[in-house]
Design a protein around this ligand. Structure first.
Ligand code: TXA
Ligand code: MG
Length: 358
């Protein structure tokens, strides 16, 4: 049985107020007892467990079906908790914390012995972040221990941006879910390794390379993010198929008119094979697609010029194609600037390398 607690997503809710509400107290109690509980963060929902207990953390891997060589992020609720999980903090790491915590930035640091070995998959480093969400901060503070939390989806599925998504994937597999409404950023945190100089982005996310370079100067990018890269990513999690809808997703890039024509041909062919078709569109192309008989399900992720909106809606749209049992999907692409790097990274993973340039 999975317990579901609803918490008002009220802007008036402070961490202090939330810590005394029964839902948070109950959920924190379960975490202290070594159970796993899902909760909202500003990026996506996380599946939390006591980061100092291998027994508790093992339940996360079991619930998600996650490969055990993929380390988890440790979440802290206050700066005082940092020294219990990480040590020898490099100056640039400290500067990033000052600039972006609480927020969607995970910083890879040398770990302490208190972090359970399963959390880091045996690595000497640990990814740490302080989330910018009052419910997340309240539950971590109330639990009184650092909380290991990957995204609260079954391994390989799109990350959950609502409690309903979490329940679709994990009902009956986790002790509880705190429902705090839809998350804000929509894509996961940026992961940056500051144990090397220059620091290197292992996963693009909610904080952009540009934002970090303004604070610490040059920031490198894992070579696996270059277009057409063949390198194995350094963040163990990035090598797995991820974020994928059940239907076959193809991304089509190139001059807009030609790309659309190619997409129509592909849809027509899929339909001839009896497949239900879908288009991952933008606000700009929605009305065009509505006139095309080849497209059964047309979903917009937002405007080409509003990457924040696209990031926020992306996973819900990928899941909606599943809900509607779409078998073949063609998708538009977006700029790689700013938040676009994270958006395109997730889309390319969801497409599992099926990208066509026309
Ligand atoms: O926004 C987020 O980061 C969400 C919310 C819940 O905080 N969490 C999340 O966790 O996305 P997860 O486990 O789905 O992704 C963690 C990523 C993986 O790609 C993992 O390989 C990488 O971070 N990672 C964690 N620890 C690492 C380490 N010590 N060295 C290199 N990569 C690490
Ligand atoms: Mg994940």
């Amino acid at each position: 049985m999975t317990k579901v607690w609803s918490v008002d997503n009220d802007v008036e809710n402070t961490v202090e107020k939330l810590r005394s509400c029964t839902q948070i107290v109950d959920a924190a109690h379960l975490l202290r007892d070594g159970e796993v509980v899902a909760f909202p963060t500003e990026t996506v929902y996380g599946l939390g467990a006591n980061a100092c207990s291998n027994e508790a953390v093992e339940k996360i891997f079991l619930a998600k079906g996650r490969p055990s060589d993929n380390p988890l992020i440790v979440h802290i609720g206050a700066m005082e908790q940092l020294s219990s999980v990480a040590q020898d903090i490099p100056a640039k790491g400290k500067q990033l914390m000052d600039a972006f915590w609480p927020g969607p930035l995970t910083i890879i640091l040398p770990k302490t012995d208190r972090v359970a070995s399963l959390v880091t998959a045996g690595l000497a480093s640990v990814g740490v972040r302080m989330p910018d969400h009052p419910i997340a901060l309240a539950i971590i503070e109330e639990a009184g221990v650092p909380i290991a939390a990957p995204s609260a989806n079954r391994s390989g599925r799109p990350s959950p941006t609502t409690a309903a998504h979490v329940l679709t994937d994990l009902e009956g597999r986790v002790a509880g879910v705190l429902d705090g409404g839809a998350t804000g950023v929509g894509v996961e945190s940026t992961v940056i390794d500051v144990t090397v100089d220059p620091p290197i982005i292992l996963r693009p996310g909610g904080i952009t390379r540009e934002q970090m370079e303004a604070v610490i100067g040059t920031v490198a990018l894992d070579p696996s993010f270059q277009v057409g890269a063949v390198e194995t990513p350094r963040a163990p999690g990035m090598k797995y198929t991820h974020y994928a809808p059940e239907g076959e997703l193809w991304l089509v890039t190139g001059e807009a008119g030609q790309a659309r024509e190619k997409m129509r041909d592909m849809l027509r062919e899929a339909k001839q094979h009896g497949q239900k078709t879908g288009v991952l569109a933008s606000e700009e192309t929605l009305s065009y697609w509505k006139l095309q008989p080849e497209a059964d399900v047309i979903l917009s992720v937002g405007s080409q010029s509003d990457l924040e909106e696209v990031a926020q809606r992306l996973y819900a749209v990928l899941r909606e194609f599943d809900e509607q049992k779409v078998q073949f999907i063609v998708g538009e692409t977006f700029t790689r600037d700013g938040l676009g790097m994270a958006v395109m990274n997730r889309l390319e993973k969801a497409a599992g390398g099926r990208i066509l340039s026309v």
